[in-house]
Design a protein around this ligand. Structure first.
Ligand SMILES: Cc1ncc(COP(=O)(O)O)c(C=O)c1O
Length: 460
């Protein structure tokens, strides 16, 4: 049985939660409550001081006890918190912020000279040596001469779009949908962009062959693992076939392996490993697994392209940030990086599983999802007449942020019934509530409110 002071606490909490006692109101005096609950004044004082510790009430000397102005029960707190399936930066809780701060401080000391001048346009040689070792874990075996450090993967993509390729071809082929930043890089540079549909089931290899054979393709941009926005990954066999076709038709592949480090299956190979001689240009961003603010990525190029890429990189920004490079190098050397990757691998795998479980429980028939084993993104394919843009607007009112993914398509491939859910910045506790809201919203837009027994309360 609860102690008397706990009973008093519970009654007051109930009255505050149901609005009987409003924020800022004065609470009954100690004597009144002692009479009402037939207890000593000390018991009431104990109840009030416990409520004070929970920040539900405060005391004013010689006046009494009051309800705090913005009290919300822990349950409400959770219900009102933003559920962010939109932002795609790394999970803040998982970032080794303090450890990395030490690395930055050390980098200022160690790389003083590099800060006072311009440094190697290809990136610090010592960092490239560390990266060569690191990339071996991902089955990417190369040498420091073929590796460039760029200011994010975005810069590498921008430069690859702008520069000529040894095959002398002109057009760029990309999966549809694809990473929005790449579409922007191609469109703003007036390159000819061609698309090939990629679905949750993959790619039509016959269509790919047709495109390679007939369309003067300079390179094919692909995100083979944990695709943005689909979350889909190719099998090893599919990757092999794609590389084979590229060899046959003299097409380059730009392999954006931005989340490859999170792959729980060590047998999954990057495309690079199927043709390390240079047909595949390998790209590894440090934004998702470390910090986007570092602006660092590594790109492995065929020998034939090093000279041209070097000129383009120099003309863009001379060199990437010396401070970021120095800090990353120290972090890699210390061994902390491997530990960090191990931790985040588990974290994102767990979150992705939770998200899929919640989708299986809540989403109505007619909606389907991709099934990534990890990564950041999961795509929800909405029932035919449910528009993703309208859903994103409605969900905002329930403080649930989702991405309608429309900008991730070239105009001729545009689809309006796909949602991209990103798990990186949503907390594990919020995933279920967020998906429940998404489900309510789908049902509401389908005009089938009876799927849920209650009204979609937070939405309307
Ligand atoms: C698939 C993909 N590639 C590249 C990037 C850009 O990476 P960076 O921050 O290294 O420029 C992103 C950013 O979201 C991405 O999703």
């Amino acid at each position: 049985m609860a102690a008397k002071y706990e009973m008093i606490m519970s009654v007051i909490k109930q009255q505050v939660a149901n609005g009987t006692i409003g924020p800022g109101s004065k609470l009954p005096s100690v004597r009144m409550l002692a009479d009402r609950f037939s207890c000593s004044k000390n018991t009431v004082i104990q109840a009030y001081s416990e409520l004070e510790k929970e920040h539900l009430v405060y005391s004013v000397p010689k006046s009494g006890y009051y309800v705090v102005n913005e009290y919300r029960s822990p349950h409400d707190e959770l219900a009102n918190k933003k559920v962010d399936f939109y932002s795609a930066g790394p999970d803040r809780e998982a970032m080794p912020y303090i450890e990395f701060q030490h690395c930055i401080n050390q980098a200022i000391d160690i790389y003083k000279e590099e800060l006072f001048s311009y440094s190697d346009r290809q990136g610090f040689y010592s960092l490239r040596l560390q990266l060569i070792k690191y990339l071996q874990n991902l089955q990417v075996f190369t040498d420091p001469e073929r590796l460039f450090i760029t200011s994010g993967a975005q810069q590498a993509l921008h430069l690859l779009v702008s520069m000529p390729f040894p095959n002398g071809k002109r057009n760029i082929l990309m999966e549809q949908p694809t990473y929005f930043g790449f579409i922007e890089a191609v469109e703003l540079q007036n390159a000819t962009a061609l698309g090939i549909e990629r679905t949750m089931k993959g790619l039509d290899l016959d269509r790919l062959e047709y495109m390679f054979r007939n369309n003067d393709i300079k390179f094919f941009y692909t995100v083979p693992r944990f695709h943005n926005p689909l979350g889909h990954s190719y099998t090893n066999e599919e990757k092999k076939q794609i590389v084979k076709l590229a060899q046959k038709y003299d097409v380059y592949i730009v392999e954006d392996d931005f989340l490859g480090d999170l792959d729980p299956n060590p047998r999954h190979d990057p495309m690079f490993s199927y043709d390390p001689s240079g047909r595949v240009i390998y790209l590894k961003s440090f934004s998702k697994i470390m910090l986007p603010g570092l602006r660092l990525a590594a790109v492995v190029l065929p020998k034939l392209m090093i000279h041209t890429f070097s000129r383009h990189k120099f003309s863009a920004d001379f060199n990437s940030s010396a401070l970021s490079q120095g800090a990353l190098e120290i972090y890699l050397k210390s061994g902390m990086f491997q530990g960090h990757i191990k931790r985040i691998k588990k974290l994102y795998q767990r979150k992705m599983k939770l998200l899929q479980e919640a989708c299986d429980i809540h989403l109505p028939p007619g909606a389907s999802i991709s099934r990534p084993t990890s990564g950041f993104y999961l795509a929800v394919s909405l029932p035919e007449h449910v528009k993703a843009g309208r859903m994103a607007d409605l969900l905002l009112r329930a403080n649930v942020y989702v991405d309608d993914a429309v900008r991730m398509f070239l105009p001729e491939y545009r689809q309006e019934n796909m949602l991209r859910l990103c798990i990186s910045q949503v907390s594990e506790e919020q995933i279920g509530r967020g998906v429940e809201q998404i489900a309510r919203c789908i049902v509401f837009l389908q005009g089938k409110k009876d799927h849920f027994h209650s009204r979609p309360s937070l939405l309307l």
